[in-house]
Design a protein around this ligand. Sequence first.
Ligand code: ADP
Ligand code: MG
Length: 652
Amino acid sequence: MLLEIKDVKKDYKLAAGNKFVALKGINASFDRGELVSIIGESGSGKSTLMNLIGGLDLDFTGEINLNGKNIRELKEKELDLYRKNKIGFIFQSFNLITHLSVLDNVTIACILSNENNKTRIKRAEKILSDVGLKEHMHKKPNQLSGGQMQRVAIARALINEPEIILADEPTGALDSKTSEQILDIIKKISDSGKLVIMVTHSEKVASRSSRVVTISDGLIIDDKINVDEKVIHEFKEEVASKKQNLSFLSSIKLAFKNMIEKKSRNILVSIGASIGIMSVVLMLSLGSGVENYMTETMKGYVNPLVVEVNKKVDESNTTTNIPAPGASLLLSKTEPFEDKEIQDIKKIEKVENVELAYSITSMNSNKLIYGDKNTTVMMLGTVSSNITNENIKEGKRPSTNEILIDESTSDKLGGNILGKEVELEIAIDKKIIKQKFVVSGIYGGTSSSQMGNISMLYLNYDDIVKLARDNDYEIKPTTLYLTTSNEKDTESIKAKIEEMGYQGSKQEQMLEMFTEMISIVTYVLAAVSGVSLFVSAIMILVVLYISVVERTKEIGVLKAIGARRKDIKRIFTAEAFIIGLLSGTIGVCTAYVLGIIINAVTTKIFNVGVVNVSPVYVLFGIGVSIIVSVIAGLNPAAKAAKLDPVVALRRD
Ligand code: ADP
Ligand code: MG
């Protein structure tokens, strides 16, 4: 015997500890090739029995043995395989999945088993032409008549070569002529050696089956063999059980097909969810853009092989600090280095050379004169390795008796003074000293727009010392420049300098402080925008919940066909994944476009773009979006996977 039912009892638990006994002890055996009609009044327990045989409900007592094996003893995995490969379900209301084509509806079980596409389609074509639907393969269910839909459902039930076909009122929703056609097909199926158990209300239908079982009030009250229709058949080979799983790609495809159906809703949700990602990415890009700009500017006038050293000065006596590029030309008190200190600094590891530097800052007593023009010199410094040739716009670094001037000074002296002789007039200790120098070059380390009109000149340290000495005044270096041959060594030198109680370049320190501040502000802003990610997550959660509710019936069908919990979960997770991918992409693209617009505006105003949407942020944005979305989808997916197929199928 293929199927043996022994003393099967089933009761439904009701509220307050009550129960309703739907099956009171069913005993029957069925064999291959039989076409069994189950008849009985509504509410007599026919569907209940079908669900038990179909493995949709294991909550019963007694035995249902297929090939001698009790299905109640199957593990969850085996039960899924039982539903997938041993049973084919046909429902009264067809229960086709509306967003899938006829072909996909028929082969959904194969997709769930991750079967090869070609064999899947070939098999479906064969079965569809058997039921006369070959030319309708690519239609959607709503483009078919009732009879055609039921034929699709039959094809779906047959696709995995099941041993038992269960049909619960398959002709209940069809007119008599169509019913005849469906019945012909069903008869052919049983003739091919399968066991077909069919619930019906129609006497006519029952009369064409080989056996009629009558159920009343949860018991079999009659079991008649219809000799005319009884045929004996040779058995078919059992199909090897398929153990593959729904692949990631197939789950994405399935999810995608469903999402296409709800296009506008999914797009709107993705746009909503994208706002969070967009603002996070934009904030990070803004921070990185500003930071980049700062360090680029810094690099423009700092030689990376040079470490600047100053002595610490009692800050309480310090006047305003104005960062000046090029040298330590600060409007602050400086303290000179003693020889002993210089010797000690020279000994620092990796330091190759120590250059001495000095600077004079004055508001109005120093002047540079060229012909009949003159200009106030605010800062006079010495040239060291910190001024590289890249910083010099025209000409070269000054050698003895030469001077390097900045652009604005050159402009004020009428321009075009490269190689010309100028006179420097400086006050040292209230004494006015004059000296002639030749302009060796124009310094371009910083644009005058950044520094305003502060004029800066650079001489050789030796020239300044000599100039002072000629006037009985001794100069000691106020700044040291340590050179090294490898950029990597500057960090350790800087650390050592600090350890020794000196301080580095003040503008560098300020820049560091500033960039640190920028990155803190950036992260705070990004975190604030991150709150909107939370809103996105909830939005996605709600949409997926709605999707689960809407598709309850579909989930029931999938389970009846043999989908595992995992497969159902995967389909919904895939949906969350797609929403995440979509919203992430939209968010990143909007951030990118906004970045271009903002950069265009700031370039116009400040001559520099401040938003830097780097590929890292693009990947980060999309990645975060997918993660948030998939996490939001976990719960709805689990809810879908947990749905009871019997309950889900009863839903209208
Ligand atoms: P039918 O023969 O019409 O298919 P069913 O098998 O659907 O009958 O139902 C048999 C009996 O069990 C009916 O009286 C029905 O009300 C009851 N029943 C079915 N499902 C449930 C359920 N989930 N909870 C409680 N009672 C149920
Ligand atoms: Mg019923």
